[in-house]
Design a protein around this ligand. Structure first.
Ligand code: RNT
Ligand code: ZN
Length: 417
């Protein structure tokens, strides 16, 4: 029996697939190149269930939750970097790594207040990023902290609010240092958990305080070639079911007014609401977007992102709008019930697959049918594309990228039989 993967058979299957796609005007070699070149930013927090290195035993506070007790979460920077490097070797195409402030490193046991964080606390990350040629992204951390129990940037106590403003500024400074280190902007994404479990009597005041806080945070300018700011909205969280200060309408309005980028997380809207259609609705009015690929199961549960209808539609929309230069692709899930390296591999490979499928779409044919009112033709082609030999092109993308084909990558994951 031939060993798997049978490279010759894969190459033959690819040649047949290439011809099939050529019949609808698609060059599969080009699609493979284009899909592989889009960076996917892997979330460091899947590696340790959002624990971080401040000494927290488990994620608590802020209304986000990693459930499960699968062994093997990374306990320090060296382990997290080693696990991430193994994950990278299983994922084809360009990659970035996305850090949260709580992943700062210091001397063992050292307390570093979040408003006193400096680029030096991320020196090891920056050296690693450079050595591996993996650019970094960043996030201030507004959860899992005693001062975050009631609220953060919208807190009514000016002292607490100021603490979080200083933290947000520190995060921008650090992200800008990343950008300088890597020679391209680091995305710094701001998400706060502020909200209310039950119906608030005053929805306005916290929003006005958040607006003022953002004004102050964003007043400081950094070279745009080092830092790119994004704001992430949310509909609800655990403990903020009735009201979230940083809602979609709030950040959308703010981003349009200040010309900032927005982050759309797939789990942050009503359970039946999807984000694909929002992309071209927002893009004409803001400089860009960041997508958090995630999978909510009945709620914003942050399950591993998959090659799902929702992910595929988002990638298709970005391709059709030719907007990859203005839209960041990032993962945001944290499943503590499965092997964490496998979670990265499953999620990132799935999104790479969705990107490839998007580049294999003969969009111009669909648009031509649309323009001439032949909607039956458009629908027929969309339906036919679903059974094109996509798998052979995906296998070829993995082969070219020298990462395992099919489920072969599982052999590399510790604890897999
Ligand atoms: C929370 C947001 C946010 C976080 C990460 C850890 O609902 O999605 O992006 O998941 O910052
Ligand atoms: Zn998110």
């Amino acid at each position: 029996m031939k060993s798997y993967p049978d490279i010759e058979a894969l190459e033959q299957a690819y040649e047949l697939a290439k011809n099939r796609y050529a019949q609808v005007g698609i060059n599969t070699d080009e699609a493979i190149r284009a899909a592989g070149a889009i960076p996917i930013s892997l979330q460091c927090w899947q590696g340790d269930d959002v624990r971080g290195f401040e000494g927290a035993q488990s994620l608590s506070g802020g209304g986000i939750l990693a459930t499960g007790n699968y062994p093997g979460w990374a306990r320090n920077g060296d382990e997290l970097r080693a696990h991430a490097a193994l994950g990278f070797s299983l994922i084809p195409g360009a990659k970035r790594f996305n850090l949260h402030s709580i992943y700062r490193e210091g001397k063992p046991g050292e307390t570093i207040e979040r408003d006193a964080l400096e680029p030096e606390h991320f020196q090891t990350w920056m050296a690693w990023s450079k050595a591996k040629a993996i650019p970094l992204d960043f996030n201030p951390t507004f959860f899992a902290h005693p001062l975050a129990e009631k609220a953060t940037l919208s807190h009514e106590d000016p002292e607490i609010r100021r603490f979080w403003i200083r933290h947000a500024l520190a995060a921008r400074r650090i992200a800008s240092a990343f950008g300088e280190n890597q020679g391209s902007p680091a995305i710094n994404n701001l998400w706060i958990p502020d909200g209310s479990k039950d119906m608030p009597a005053d929805r306005l005041s916290p929003r006005l305080r958040l607006k003022d806080a953002l004004d102050e945070i964003l007043a400081r300018s950094f070279p745009p070639n080092t830092l790119s700011d994004t704001l992430e909205c949310k509909l609800f969280g655990i403990g903020s079911e009735a009201y979230v200060v940083g809602s979609h309408e709030f950040y959308l309005s703010y981003a349009v007014q200040k010309q900032l980028k927005l982050c759309l997380d797939m789990g942050h809207f009503h359970p039946t609401e999807t984000i694909a259609d929002k992309i071209t609705g927002i893009l004409p009015f803001v400089p860009g977007l960041l997508i958090h690929f995630s999978r909510g199961l009945r709620w914003d549960s942050d399950h591993v992102a998959l090659f799902s209808d929702e992910s595929r539609e988002v990638c298709r929309e970005i391709q059709r709008a030719q907007a990859f230069d203005r839209i960041g692709v990032a993962l945001d899930f944290f499943d503590a019930s499965i092997n964490r390296i496998a979670a990265w591999a499953i999620g990132a490979r799935s999104i790479r697959k969705a990107l490839l499928e998007a580049f294999l779409e003969p969009t111009s044919l669909l648009v031509a049918a649309e323009k001439t009112g032949k909607y039956h033709e458009r629908l027929a082609l969309m339906e036919a594309l679903k059974t094109f030999p996509f798998a052979a092109v995906w296998d070829k993308l993995c082969l070219d990228a020298r990462v395992p084909v099919g489920t072969d990558w599982l052999k590399q994951v510790p604890g897999t039989t």
